[in-house]
Ligand binder design. Structure first.
Ligand code: NAD
Length: 483
């Protein structure tokens, strides 16, 4: 039997609340949330304004002394309880995530599993006091102390996972948090807030839904000490500029235009299957999706054909429908951007091997599209498409492929594919990115730093490097001679 949810006089589901100071509240203002599989609103989210932000920040500041005084082990125990709660509520969270975000429900479940696993992993990382000098005269230690209140701003492509990473990092290292999801996908994050309310002391975790202006107010707010932002390069630059006013610390996880370089010695079919998945999972709306494929001329046609086969056989449809691999694009703006890129690609004379015909609505469905023989300067190659349309480019000299892969302001990740692992590794190490993979793409771990080079970001998430980004280094320098 379907679960009945509270709905208001508009018929929209409305059982959603902001979390401020341990209380579930509404603001009296609401905004609609669209189901991308239909293009119609299905729920309403409460909308936080400046007053709610001020209350949340004040609560987080009040909660900070007691929370930061706990040991790492004590804070880890709280976070592990949240991970357990995510797993326990996985089914209902996954359905809600699919409804608001669009991805196939299996991928929603994977996102929740990933969020719990990576968060638990981070709580196993030790951040010890480091002794820098210890001689007859002096003892110098390096401590890492929490910053205070962390503002976390997330995008719409993987709202639960992209909230869990920064939230865990902030809390585990002793900070308190104010979390704001994207206005396109606020609901699953608000439900995570309800779970957090049952676990954490009041004020340690606050969750506010709202528009882009709420994000801007957070970046300017004098009561917030750090912003962890995940989103587009354009907004990341605004965050950095606004954070300058209070010299906030920032971690920026921004967009990418990842290249995959495929050498001549691979099995095209097997690599095509992996590349297709890495390019189209979550409908291509992944920061570290494969966004450009550079294939050696000797396997170019075979790889193109195998990719086109994958695209023709992929099932596109609403995320709750069984067997669907590719759901709708998450929102109308992104859908229209992709239509523009597709138009530009067709006009350029490139060859469309599969897909390319967008069905008439309802919903923002876009078929997986494989494009061959495309100009290097086209929009599809130069921009972050963030959708299931993939250009395949030819090279004859691998030096040329490396140069073209690096000829971008983005620098999130990239990959090299070959049977010759030593050769592929040497090529991967020359990619100007935060992560260069060999024979894989999109593999992350709680113990491995992830983030962007160049305009793909500042700082890292995960690993000890990422956690230190949520802390201030403090030197304690002792002269052993008593005055
Ligand atoms: P976006 O930049 O439009 O929005 C991200 C968040 O910022 C939203 O919550 C939004 O409300 C908020 N925001 C908007 N204007 C703001 C402002 N002036 N100040 C503060 N906050 C503001 O990004 P999006 O379209 O939601 O997400 C897609 C982008 O995110 C893609 O470029 C993708 O590559 C990137 N991304 C990066 C990573 C990573 O880890 N590097 C992960 C996922 C997504």
């Amino acid at each position: 039997m379907a679960v009945q949810h509270a709905s208001d006089d508009t018929g929209l589901r409305s059982d959603f609340f902001l979390l401020i100071d341990g209380e579930l509240v509404t603001s009296g203002r609401w905004f609609d949330v669209i189901d991308p599989a239909t293009g119609a609103p299905f729920a309403r989210s409460p909308e936080a304004g400046r007053a709610e932000l001020d209350r949340a920040v004040a609560a987080a500041r009040r909660a900070f002394p007691a929370w930061s005084a706990l040991s790492f082990e004590e804070r880890a125990a709280y976070i592990r309880r949240l991970c357990d709660a995510l797993r326990k509520h996985q089914d209902e969270l996954a359905e809600l995530l699919t409804r608001e975000q669009g991805k196939p429900v299996g991928q929603s479940r994977d996102e929740i599993t990933r969020a719990a696993t990576q968060s638990e992993g981070m709580t196993k990382i030790q951040i010890p006091v480091e002794t820098l000098v210890d001689d007859s005269e002096r003892h110098i230690e390096l401590h890492y102390v929490p910053l205070g209140v962390v503002g976390i701003i997330t995008p719409w492509n993987a709202p639960i996972n992209l909230a869990a990473g920064p939230l865990t990092a902030a809390l585990y290292t002793g900070n308190t948090a104010v979390l704001k999801p994207s206005p396109y996908t606020p609901l699953s994050t608000l439900k995570v807030g309800e779970l957090a309310r049952e676990i954490f002391p009041a004020g340690v975790v606050n969750v506010l839904a709202g528009g882009n202006d709420l994000g801007q107010w957070m970046t300017e707010h004098p009561g917030i000490d750090k912003i962890s932002f995940t989103g587009s390069v354009a907004t990341g630059k605004k965050v950095m500029a606004a954070a300058a006013g209070t010299l906030k610390r920032i971690t920026l996880e921004l967009g990418g235009n990842d290249a995959a370089i495929v050498l001549e010695d691979v099995d095209p079919k097997s690599v095509a299957r992996k590349l297709f998945f890495a390019a189209t999972v979550n409908c291509g709306q992944v920061c570290m999706a494969v966004k450009r494929i550079y294939a050696h001329e000797s396997i170019y046609d075979a790889l193109c054909e195998a990719l086109a086969d994958e695209a023709r056989n992929a099932k596109v449809g609403p995320g709750m429908e069984p067997g669907v691999q590719i759901g709708p694009i998450q929102n109308r703006m992104q859908y229209e951007k992709l239509l523009g890129i597709l138009e530009d690609t067709k006009r350029s004379g490139a060859r469309i091997l599969a897909g390319g015909e967008v069905p008439k609505g309802p919903g923002y469905f876009f078929p997986p599209t494989i494009v061959a023989d495309i100009d290097e300067n086209s929009r599809l190659v130069q921009e972050e498409q963030f959708g299931p349309i993939v250009p395949v480019l030819k090279f004859s000299d691998v030096e040329d492929a490396i140069r073209r892969a690096n000829a971008t302001r983005y620098g999130l990740a990239g990959s090299v594919w070959s049977r010759d692992i030593a050769r592929a590794t040497a090529i991967a190490a020359r990619l100007e990115v935060g992560t260069a993979w060999v024979n894989q793409h999109r593999a992350t771990s709680a113990f491995v730093p992830f983030g962007g080079a160049k305009e793909s970001g500042i700082g890292r998430q995960y690993s000890i490097l990422g956690l230190k980004g949520y802390m201030e280094p403090r030197v304690v320098s002792v002269l052993k001679q008593v005055p």
